[in-house]
Design a binder for this molecule. Sequence first.
Ligand code: SF4
Ligand code: SF4
Ligand code: SF4
Length: 329
Amino acid sequence: MIKKYKNSIIGASIVAFVLGMINIKVRLDGVKPMLLGERFLPNIGGWIEIALISVYAAYVIHKMITTRNTAKWRKLTWTIFSVVFFSQLILALLGFDMFLMKHSFHLPIPALIIGSSIYTLQFGFMPILFLSTVILSGPAWCSQLCYFGALDLQASSGLGKPQKVKNKALLKSTFLIIVISVAVLLRVLNLSYLWTSISAASFGVAGIFVILFYSRKKKMMYHCTTFCPIGTVLQYVKYINPFRMYIEQSACTLCMQCTPTCKYDALNPEDIKAGKPGLSCTYCGDCVSSCHSSSIKYKFFNVKGQKAQNIWIVLTIVLHAIFLALARI
Ligand code: SF4
Ligand code: SF4
Ligand code: SF4
């Protein structure tokens, strides 16, 4: 019995411990509670929220590991996170400042993790948070932790075959260079906060345009695989983490059945022949169960296959649950 739920128990315990420590620390410091439950029901609400989120983490880990239907559960839980995040954001914008963490509003655009670091010449909270997730679970930020990516996944879903992204490398580098150049320019010209906000908001609106018109039409996550500079940076920095995905070439029949399951354009014939998903792979796991010969595998140091995938799922869902609890931070 315990063995069957081992991964869920481990995941839920980590979530409860981390959120519990945060709750205690915030109360000792006497600052605004980070957990929403605590803000609405002081002294007890935070603990209720921690209990609920821990049970949620345990359930999701159990489902993702035992049902092998990773794609369904990833999409559902990622969407829940995004809905919670944007609902809190909208409520905060409507004047319910209980939903704001720091009494001030931040534009929720992933590109700002890079742009604002360059503009302010400071390595702030978001870049540290982003890098921490990379250290813990590689590219999980872009598979289940970012509020924006779920919109791209939803837009790219539905009937139809995903279309290969053309000129991917060129598009990726162009948008990354644009974000860096604009941030440098705003810094050098010392333009006001208004101009930085207009630039950031324009990039965010352009991103929504890409999601609505390209991702939806091409059935591929165009925004995440071409437009967003965080996705571009992540495809390289993810290698500071020991997790890897590979395709066992001795078992792979080159049937290409897995190709349409990848919304990140990482399972093109050239990737499969090379024995590993392409650079844009986020280790999401959607493709694993699509392979009739179980050739697509996770690797974590010397641990391979199902065990490595289980470790990945526990780590990723722990982060996902903690992010869900803290959402508007
Ligand atoms: S590529 Fe950008 S929008 Fe997509 S999941 Fe990653 S950070 Fe979020
Ligand atoms: S589905 Fe499996 S066997 Fe077929 S190409 Fe993909 S990895 Fe190879
Ligand atoms: S190759 Fe597989 S694990 Fe990698 S992004 Fe595509 S579907 Fe996800």
